[in-house]
Design a protein around this ligand. Structure first.
Ligand SMILES: Cc1ncc(COP(=O)(O)O)c(C=O)c1O
Length: 386
């Protein structure tokens, strides 16, 4: 029966991010520097809100778009933090993590033959969903521009087939964030075209220098913007699976249909926990950020001393050093580091061909593990460069 399986599904590969994490688990002394989630626990009062919901039998379905109370909390959060507002009744849908939001939005807008532009290197989960819809991805290479998308290059890539641009800042895997000036330049291009803008700002609360700027603050993009967000990273809630999509009413009406036919609604106890996180735990990301900044500085200095160039990240919890001077491909580097030193990193090629020549290290890990992992990486480098 295998020949009956959708060819598009067959062509999707297992994400490179996972492969090394699975392999390092086989080593008793393995150090996993691939982790894409906070190494902190969900705040106690958020956990308790989830437990209370279960105890009180709040375990059924909710409104398909999510509890109105939660949508209101989402709206309050963005209004208070970034000063833009969305109508909780018609412009917000609670999803099963940002992942399901990505899927629902892309399936709402894409059809056969459409093109989607994505600056790369980039998180690997967008492309497979685009492909499943019969659309194609055009990558905007940022590797020559310090991982910032060049507005002129973006403009040149837009064709009559372009349906959407996906932006992800703070960026996974590079850790770069966009200044207001850079965003202005991109918006100047985007506003001229009838194309959707999908902004995945899931790492917004993990911004280390200055404050995060959201594409949702630009009225020029109002009728074409989908904002993707969620609590996985900001509140150490990856397993609770709560995300949200915000967009204009005329579009969200259709996103809701795709979401509800797929998922009915997000988990109800998780939705109650999410209300607690958004209303009463606004300081949580800041507490995590102070640890991330200390680790970032440590990892950056260590890499520099090893002779590996990297852009100092200003957001998320990843660093993306160049390994070009080793003359190994990023896959060879990751494989040999794993085999010789039992340290797992993600090869840059897992984030498209434009990530080749780099590796992604996550510093959502203890200082002890980071130190040990980097000691071993240094030994590995000394051995291969000798
Ligand atoms: C850029 C980006 N978007 C979305 C997600 C998925 O988030 P969620 O756990 O909310 O589905 C991730 C997870 O690593 C991510 O890095």
């Amino acid at each position: 029966m295998i020949n009956k399986v959708n060819e598009r599904v067959k062509s999707i590969s297992v994400p490179g991010i996972r492969i090394f994490a699975n392999q390092v688990a086989a080593f008793e002394d393995g150090i996993n520097l691939t982790i894409g989630e906070p190494d902190f626990s969900t705040p106690e009062r958020v956990k308790q809100a989830g437990i209370d919901a279960i105890t009180n039998n709040l375990t059924g379905y909710s409104h398909n778009a999510g509890l109105l109370e939660l949508r209101q909390s989402v709206a309050n959060f963005f209004e208070d933090t970034y000063g833009f507002s969305y109508d909780p009744e018609h412009e917000i849908v609670i999803t099963i993590g940002a992942s399901e939001g990505i899927d629902s939005v892309l399936r709402t807008i894409l059809t056969e033959g459409d093109e989607v532009i994505i600056p790369a290197p980039v998180y690997s989960a967008y492309e497979p969903i685009v492909h499943l819809s019969g659309a194609t991805v055009t990558y905007l290479d940022t590797s020559e521009t310090d991982f910032f998308p060049d507005p002129q290059k973006l403009s040149q890539l837009i064709t009559d087939q372009t349906k959407a641009v996906i932006l992800n800042y703070p960026s996974n895997p590079t850790g770069v964030t966009l200044s207001k000036e850079r965003m202005d330049e991109l918006v100047n291009v985007l506003k001229k075209h009838d194309i959707f803008v999908i902004s995945d700002e899931i790492y917004s609360e993990n911004t280390f220098s200055g404050t995060h700027h959201s594409f949702a603050t630009y009225p020029e993009l109002g009728d074409k913007l989908f904002l993707l967000h969620g609590l996985s990273k900001s509140h150490a809630m990856t397993g609770w699976r709560i995300g949200y999509v915000l967009g204009p009413e005329q579009l969200m009406e259709h996103v809701l249909k795709v979401h509800l036919h797929n998922a009915i609604c997000a988990s109800l106890p998780s939705q109650f926990a999410a209300i607690e996180a958004l209303e009463n735990c606004r300081e949580t990301p800041k507490q995590m950020n102070s640890a991330y900044v200390e680790r970032r500085d440590y990892v950056y200095e260590r890499l520099k001393n090893m002779g590996l160039d990297a852009i100092k990240p200003t957001g998320a919890f990843y660093i993306f050093p160049s390994i070009q001077k080793t003359n190994l491909s990023s896959l060879e580097f990751a494989e040999q580091l794993l085999e010789k030193e039992h340290v797992a990193v993600v090869p840059g090629s897992a984030f498209t061909e434009f990530g080749e020549g780099y590796i992604r290290i996550s510093y959502a890990n203890s200082m002890k593990n980071l130190k040990e992992g980097l000691d071993r990486m240094e030994r590995f480098l000394n051995a291969i460069m000798a």
